[in-house]
Design a protein around this ligand. Sequence first.
Ligand SMILES: CC(C)(COP(=O)(O)OP(=O)(O)OC[C@H]1O[C@@H](n2cnc3c(N)ncnc32)[C@H](O)[C@@H]1OP(=O)(O)O)[C@@H](O)C(=O)NCCC(=O)NCCSC(=O)/C=C1/CC=CC=CO1
Length: 255
Amino acid sequence: MTVRLERQGSSLIVHNSTEKRGAITPDLYQTIAAAMEQARAPDIRCVILTGGDFFCAGGNLKVLATRAALAPQERRAKIEILHDVIRAMHACPVPIIAAVEGGAAGAGLSLTLACDFIVASRGAQFTAAYVKAGLTPDGGLTHALSRLLPRQMAMQLCLIGGAISAEQLHALGIVFQLSPIGETLGDAHKLAEQLSRGPARAQARIRQLLNEAQDTTLSDQLDREAAFMAEAQGDSEAAIGIQAFIEKRKAEFQL
Ligand SMILES: CC(C)(COP(=O)(O)OP(=O)(O)OC[C@H]1O[C@@H](n2cnc3c(N)ncnc32)[C@H](O)[C@@H]1OP(=O)(O)O)[C@@H](O)C(=O)NCCC(=O)NCCSC(=O)/C=C1/CC=CC=CO1
């Protein structure tokens, strides 16, 4: 049972097939970090994160139980490894898809919500979990949940540590697609294929704009949008897309 990085066409796939419901190992951090690095190549159009029967149960509680023996700064350094991975995902130039079988818990949920699209198996369960172990969320979970959910719902999830289903998250627009059990990776590939037919540079600009919009003022965001739109208008992708519209045909962006 391992973590591995695979390339299929223009997609990179991080497989997290570790024991204990995909509980996090150092390999997972290294492999996602490597995928984020490789995603800078122009022929990579998408990254997919996937797991086994259960996507990822978060930090391994048996390992976390040993952390009390470490000095506070050593404990902090271990958490920062996860946070560097989340930062790298935020800065990734291509879309990231989570193909989630079974569900996600703790930092596994943080990783899921750091993705742009979530394809989840029907009945999958998502839980913050941390509070049940006397811990507090990390991996940007409170940042994500406080923006995605009403405050009270985020509080309920984090303070009680209960689960929310893929169906509920789908109704909220957080899960992009519900798939039959065992089919999330196949459906993620189809989505990656669809995305790869779009304009790569426009997609990278859009991703950056939406990610940065979370922490900025309207005025700063208008400046950013103006700069990016000016860039986009001078890009051959816009020439291709606009010409296709005028000629009433589907745009074919270079792959
Ligand atoms: C909801 C569950 C994830 C899955 O429930 P279920 O399908 O019923 O499976 P179980 O029977 O509970 O579990 C099967 C076996 O896996 C072991 N296991 C599950 N999760 C973990 C885990 N996180 N760590 C270690 N082992 C785990 C479980 O003990 C079973 O083993 P045995 O067959 O030997 O008995 C459910 O399992 C669950 O709620 N798990 C705990 C979720 C959790 O609390 N996660 C950690 C949150 S804290 C965190 O993520 C923190 C960090 C901190 C810093 C840096 C990096 C990462 O994370």
